[in-house]
Design a protein around this ligand. Structure first.
Ligand SMILES: [Zn+2]
Length: 445
C-alpha cells in the first residue's frame, strides 16, 4: 500500500528538516490535560473574582506572582517569586517577573491598576510542560512554555510576549472583543500593541528608534527570521525554508478569508497593527504616550465584543483629539474607513461524516499563529491507519460544536470528506486528542 501520510505545511517542513519530532505531538498531549483542567473550572472569569488584589490600596503597584509548573501541566504550580522578591536565578522566572513589572507599569502610566482596573494580582506560570511551543492567557492567569529548543526559545524571553498575554487579560476585562474574524484580529492586534508599548517603553525608544518587530529572540539562531511579526511591514518578519513565509497582510486588499485560526486572527491582525504603526509614527514621540494612549481609550470606551476594524477605527479617531486626522489617515492607508462596516467572519461548525475519505487533522492558531497539517488514509493497512480508524469511529463529528475560544489557544480542524469539525483545544474529546497526537505527531512515519 502507499504511504498513508500526506505531509503539508509547517509540521511537514519541520519534520523534513529534522525539527519538531517532539514538539507538535507533545503539545497535543499537553492540550488534553489543559482541557481536563479547564473542564474542572466552571467559569474561569468567575474564578478571577477570587484572585487576591494588592494589599495596599491607592498608588501601590499591583502585585504579581511567578510560579513554576516544573515541566508539568499543573496550574498555577509552585510559587517561585512574588512581587518584591529577589531574583531567582532561573531565567524564565526572572524574565516573567521583569515582563510583568514592566507591563503593569505601562498600565499604571495609562491610569489603570492592573488588567481589571482594580489591582488584581497577576499570576504567571513558567516551565509549563516540556517542549511547549506556546504562551497563553487562560482567562485567569498567564502560562508560558520553554519552547522546543530547536525552533522556539523560551516564550518568556521576548518581553513583548509578556505584554501581549497581559493585553489579552486587559481586553477580556474591557471591550471583551470576540476571538473570531475581525473582532478576533483586533483582539490579537491590541495585544501586539500592548506588547510593543511595553517593549519600547522598557528600551526607552521613541517611534523612530523602534524596530516595530514582535517576538524578537523567540526563534532560535538558524531560523531565517527577524521576529515573529512586523507591525511596520506585515508579511516580512520571516522567510525560512523550514517555517515558510510570514503570511500577514498590511492592507484590506489582502485580507485573508480562512477558517483556520478563528478566521485568521493571527494573520489579519497585521492590518490593524500596521494602522497603529502608521498612527504612532505620524503622531511622533513615544508609542505608549502617543498612539498607545489613543488605542487604550478606544479599547476602554464604548466598543464591544463584535466591533470590526471600521468600528475600532472610528473609536480611535474619536479618542484622538488633535490627532484625529492623523489617526483617520493611518486607518485609510490600510484600507479601513472609520465607521464604515467591513466584512466579518465567524468560525463554522460540524456536519455529517462519510466513510472512505482520508482524514485531515490541522492545528492552527497559538501565539505564533503557525499551521500544522497531516492527512491519513483511514483505509490504509498499517498500524497507524488502523489506530486512527478506531479512534475516528469512536467520534461523532456531527455532535461536536465549537464552544468559544481562549486567546492564543490552538484550534484543531478534523476534516473527512464533506465534513469539517473545528474546535478549540479546550473542547477536544479524549479520542480527538489522541487522534490529533497520532496524526500530527507521527513525524517518523
Ligand atoms: Zn494573542
Amino acid at each position: 500500500m502507499h504511504c498513508p501520510f500526506v505531509p503539508a505545511y509547517l509540521l511537514e517542513r519541520l519534520a523534513a528538516a529534522g525539527h519538531g519530532a517532539g514538539g507538535p505531538g507533545r503539545t497535543v498531549e499537553v492540550d488534553a490535560r489543559l482541557r481536563a483542567r479547564r473542564a474542572s473550572l466552571a467559569d474561569p472569569r468567575r474564578a478571577q473574582v477570587s484572585l487576591p488584589t494588592s494589599a495596599v490600596p491607592g498608588d501601590a503597584a499591583p502585585a504579581w506572582q511567578v510560579h513554576t509548573a516544573g515541566g508539568t501541566a499543573r496550574l498555577p504550580g509552585d510559587l517561585v517569586r512574588p512581587a518584591g522578591g529577589p531574583e531567582s536565578g532561573d531565567a524564565a522566572v526572572d524574565e516573567a517577573a521583569l515582563g510583568l513589572t514592566e507591563s503593569l507599569a505601562l498600565l499604571a502610566d495609562l491610569g489603570r491598576s492592573s488588567y481589571d482596573g482594580r489591582g488584581a494580582t497577576v499570576v504567571a506560570t513558567v516551565h509549563y510542560e516540556r517542549d511547549y511551543d506556546n504562551a497563553f492567557w487562560n482567562g485567569t492567569q498567564l502560562v508560558f512554555g520553554d519552547g522546543d529548543g530547536r525552533v522556539f526559545d523560551r516564550f518568556t524571553k521576548p518581553i513583548d510576549v509578556l505584554g501581549h498575554e497581559l493585553g489579552h487579560a486587559l481586553t477580556q476585562h474591557t471591550a471583551d472583543l470576540a476571538y473570531a474574524g475581525q473582532a478576533g484580529a483586533l483582539n490579537e492586534s491590541v495585544s501586539d500593541v500592548v506588547g510593543a508599548c511595553v517593549r519600547q517603553r522598557h528600551l526607552g525608544q521613541d517611534v523612530s528608534e523602534a524596530d516595530w518587530l514582535v517576538g524578537v529572540g523567540l526563534f532560535l539562531p538558524g531560523v531565517q527570521a527577524r521576529a515573529l511579526r512586523s507591525m511596520a511591514e506585515p508579511g516580512t518578519a520571516y522567510d525560512d525554508p523550514v517555517l515558510g513565509r510570514d503570511p500577514q497582510p498590511g492592507h484590506m486588499d489582502d485580507y485573508v478569508d480562512t477558517d483556520d485560526d478563528n478566521g485568521g486572527v493571527h494573520i489579519n491582525s497585521g492590518i490593524p497593527n500596521k494602522a497603529f504603526h502608521l498612527a504612532a509614527t505620524a503622531i511622533g514621540g513615544t508609542a505608549w504616550e502617543g498612539a498607545g494612549r489613543i488605542w487604550f481609550t478606544a479599547l476602554t470606551s464604548g466598543i464591544g465584543p463584535q466591533t470590526d476594524f471600521a468600528g475600532f477605527a472610528e473609536a480611535c479617531v474619536a479618542a484622538a483629539g488633535q490627532h484625529a486626522t492623523a489617526v483617520a489617515e493611518a486607518w485609510q492607508q490600510v484600507g479601513v474607513v472609520a465607521g464604515r462596516g467591513g466584512r466579518t467572519r465567524t468560525v463554522g461548525g460540524a456536519g455529517a461524516a462519510g466513510p472512505g475519505w482520508p482524514l485531515t487533522v490541522r492545528r492552527s492558531g497559538g501565539y505564533a499563529g503557525l499551521v500544522s497539517e497531516r492527512t491519513v488514509d483511514l483505509d490504509g493497512d498499517d498500524e497507524v491507519a488502523a489506530r486512527a480508524r478506531r479512534l475516528f469511529e469512536a467520534v461523532d463529528l456531527e455532535a461536536l460544536r465549537p464552544a468559544g475560544q481562549h486567546p492564543d489557544a490552538f484550534v484543531y480542524t478534523f476534516a473527512c470528506g464533506p465534513v469539517t469539525a473545528r474546535l478549540g483545544e479546550q473542547d477536544l474529546t479524549p479520542e480527538l486528542v489522541e487522534l490529533a497526537r497520532l496524526v500530527l505527531g507521527a513525524d517518523d512515519r
